[in-house]
Design a protein around this ligand. Structure first.
Ligand code: D5M
Ligand code: FE
Ligand code: ZN
Length: 499
């Protein structure tokens, strides 16, 4: 018996299956180079099957192989009208990446000065475009204005301190700094939701040389707008947090999504929608990674990072061949932890890199898809926002996304568990108004509309981990929010129930 064949048999037995004699004979006929792949595919198919599979026989092997052959055969059918084909297969994908600022690292102390200056400039620019910002002055000018003058100042929050009924905030711009105080209960309440290091505007009255009394705090925010619409009724599936490689990855539930995408299952109405899904977006934690949380190894089914991506590639290869797949990294993917994160590298995910339907992008990414502006990020900073801001909680992550959108920043606070890279330019500013913004990470599904923008917090495809149990997080599993880019309707299909 060859080494490859022995390895393949070992894998099958280790996974808890029996091999029939005819399947064993069949395996012996396979070339070495396709043996490993075939076994991987067969195990994946068996694992995610709705029926309990115990014995793998020759017919089972052949079914799996035929299925993957069919998938590769239909390639090249994307253009041209042909009756009876899914609508999404009749159109080319239209994806444009809007954030193409290259990284300019700056490792020294000055890097942070450049970084924060860039943040201030960009968000100040967003403020100054607003018509209600005519009376904005710099902190330096505010200091020179006579007492009792009214003005607006823009600054970065360096400290925030509550003292009895009062709230004190230190504001800084590139030249000067000033203290802002408020005791009005409504303004204090608003002020308590301000995040450290965020750039904010204060509507204030001059009280002393270096003290302003705040009447209001103003977020850079987004304007009310009508979202741009696609000319054709294409849909996007907004997924996140698959965690492939984890014992807790819900293969069967995810497989229902894959079969639904292939128009094999689902109610008639939802199948019609499946035929229009042109894009699948995965905003991070595609795989479970290695050693991400305490005792992680115990909960890993696949303990090698490359193997995790090999399996991910196989699973994604089951999506219809006309679908474009966009993937950005999360904190479980093997890229640097500091934001912005570069795309998942070929070194770990060769097969994914070689799949020309898959677009590997950085976290965050700002896209134009069929003319609709889509902003995606894994959303690690939501942890911070949801746990620190009064009134927020992990049951409603979409409220946290709304706040980040109003801050126009993906990770406002520096020096927390969410590291930020000291680059010359702040690439985490949300520079223009997205029509759709999506994040994952929290593992809880949520949705809301805010001033014309659709906000989506994607749930996960992984059962509760021991770590999540300890932090009391109950994930939402198996929901695929499908958004129609023409109508902006959202259908959160629940693949654990009926769909
Ligand atoms: O994150 C899965 C979930 O666990 C998500 O809701 C955030 C939460 N989480 C992850 N790390 C932490 C820390 N350090 N503190 C609190 N909550 C956390 P995932 O990225 O999939 O592991
Ligand atoms: Fe996750
Ligand atoms: Zn995560």
């Amino acid at each position: 018996m060859s080494v490859e064949l022995r390895e393949a048999l070992g894998k099958i037995i280790e996974s808890g299956y029996q091999l029939s004699a005819d399947a064993f004979d069949y395996l012996k006929t396979l070339d070495r180079d396709i043996l490993q792949d075939t076994v991987r595919r067969v195990l994946l198919f068996a694992n995610s099957s709705e029926k309990d599979v115990v014995i793998l026989d020759r017919i089972f092997f052949q079914k799996v192989i035929e299925r993957s052959r069919e998938k590769s055969k239909v390639k090249g059918f994307i253009t041209g009208k042909s009756l009876g084909r899914p609508l999404a297969s009749e159109y080319e994908g239209q994806i444009q990446v809007l954030n193409n600022q290259p990284p300019e690292p700056s490792g020294d102390l000055k890097g942070f000065i450049d970084y924060f200056r860039s943040r201030f400039k960009k968000i100040e620019g967003i403020f100054r475009k607003r018509i209600d910002m005519k009376d904005v002055v710099t902190i330096g000018i505010a200091q020179k204005m006579p007492l009792k003058s009214k003005m607006k100042v823009i600054g970065m929050v360096t400290t925030k301190r509550a003292s009895g009924p009062r709230l004190f905030i230190e504001l800084e711009d590139p030249e000067d700094s000033i203290t802002v105080m408020t005791s009005d209960s409504e303004t204090v309440r608003k002020g308590l939701t301000i995040l450290q290091d965020q750039v904010i505007c204060v509507d204030a009255v001059k009280f002393k040389h270096d003290l302003l009394i705040a009447n209001d705090f103003i977020w850079p925010d987004i304007p009310s707008h009508s979202p741009r619409r696609s000319e054709i009724p294409m849909c996007v599936a907004f997924l996140a947090d698959l965690h492939i490689g984890s014992k807790l990855f819900q293969k069967k539930i995810f497989n229902r999504f894959i079969r639904w995408m292939n128009l094999e299952v689902g109610r008639p109405e939802s199948r019609k929608m499946a035929a229009r899904v042109k894009y699948v977006i995965i905003t991070g934690d595609l795989v479970d990674g290695i050693g991400v949380y305490p005792n992680h190894m115990d909960e890993l089914e696949i303990k090698d990072i490359r193997e995790q991506y090999e399996t991910a590639a196989l699973i994604l290869s089951e999506l219809p061949n006309y679908v474009e797949i966009i993937i950005i990294p999360g904190n479980h993917d093997p890229v640097r932890k500091s934001l912005p994160q570069p795309p998942i590298s070929k070194q770990y995910a060769e097969r994914i890199h070689n799949d020309d339907r898959i677009h590997l992008l950085g976290n965050p990414s700002h896209l134009l898809i069929n003319g609709v502006e889509v902003y995606i990020s894994h959303g690690k900073a939501l942890e911070e926002v949801l746990s620190r801001i009064p009134g927020m909680n992990f049951h409603n992550p979409e409220v946290g996304i709304e706040l980040l959108l109003r801050c126009r920043h993906v990770a406002p606070t520096y020096g927390t568990s969410i590291p930020i890279a000291p680059e010359k330019v702040d690439r985490l500013v949300i520079e223009s108004t997205p029509d759709i913004i999506q994040m994952g990470h929290i593992h809880v599904y949520g949705y809301r509309r805010y001033k014309g923008t659709t906000i989506i917090a994607s749930g996960s495809w992984q059962e509760q981990t021991s770590f999540q149990k300890r932090v009391n997080l109950s994930p939402t599993i198996g929901i695929a929010p499908i958004v129609d880019l023409q109508t902006h309707n959202i259908a959160p299909l629940d693949f654990t129930k009926s769909y």
